[in-house]
Design a protein around this ligand. Structure first.
Ligand code: ZN
Length: 169
C-alpha cells in the first residue's frame, strides 16, 4: 500500500470457517485528485507517511482489535469500542445493485487474446508438451481450457472462424 498508493494504511483481517472480516484504515490523501488520477505520489503525502499523529493514533487503536472481536461483533460495536473518543461519521452501507459484490472481468475472450499475445509458437509448444493449454484466473478461480482445436482457433481471424459446434467448447 505504501508503495502503490503512497498512503498510510493499516489492514486487520481475520477468518474462521464461517466468517471472513476485515478492517481497513487509510489516511485520506492530502490532494486526492492527483492520487485518484494515478498521477503518482503527491510529495506532501509521501512526506506525511508515518508522521500524521491522528492517523497513527487511529491505526494503533485499530491494531488493538482482537481476532474474536473482528469475527463476532457488528461494525457499529467495533467502531464504538475502538474509536469512542473520535468524531465518528458512519455512512450507510450500499446494498443491492449499488453495494459491493464479487465480480471478475475475466472471460474466455480475454484469455484468448492473452494467448494470441504469447504467439502461436509458444502455444503450440505448450500443446505439444501438455496436450492442451490451461489458464486459471487467480482472482475468481475460473479455469479456461483450450484443446488443440480451440488453440488453433485462437489464431484465426474472428470472421474466419467456423460456427461453434458443441463438441468444440
Ligand atoms: Zn476471473
Amino acid at each position: 500500500m505504501l508503495q502503490s498508493e503512497q498512503l498510510d494504511t493499516r489492514l486487520v483481517l481475520a477468518a474462521n470457517d464461517k466468517v471472513a472480516a476485515g478492517l481497513l484504515i487509510q489516511r485520506l490523501p492530502l490532494q486526492g485528485e492527483a492520487n485518484l488520477a494515478g498521477a503518482g505520489a503527491v510529495a506532501s503525502d509521501e512526506d506525511q507517511i508515518g508522521l500524521n499523529e491522528d492517523y497513527n493514533r487511529i491505526a494503533i487503536l485499530a491494531a488493538s482489535l482482537k481476532r474474536e472481536e473482528l469475527l463476532e461483533l457488528d461494525a457499529d460495536t467495533i467502531l464504538r469500542r475502538l474509536f469512542w473518543e473520535e468524531d465518528l461519521r458512519r455512512f450507510e452501507p450500499l446494498v443491492g445493485d449499488e453495494g459491493p459484490r464479487f465480480a471478475c472481468t475475466c472471460s474466455r475472450e480475454r484469455v484468448s487474446s492473452m494467448l494470441r499475445s504469447l504467439g502461436r509458437d509458444e502455444i503450440e509448444s505448450i500443446i505439444a508438451e501438455q496436450g492442451q493449454v490451461e489458464v486459471g484466473c487467480d482472482f475468481c478461480g475460473a479455469q479456461y481450457r483450450f484443446d488443440p482445436v480451440d488453440a488453433a482457433q485462437v489464431f484465426l481471424q474472428p470472421h474466419a472462424q467456423p460456427p461453434a459446434t458443441p463438441n468444440l467448447q
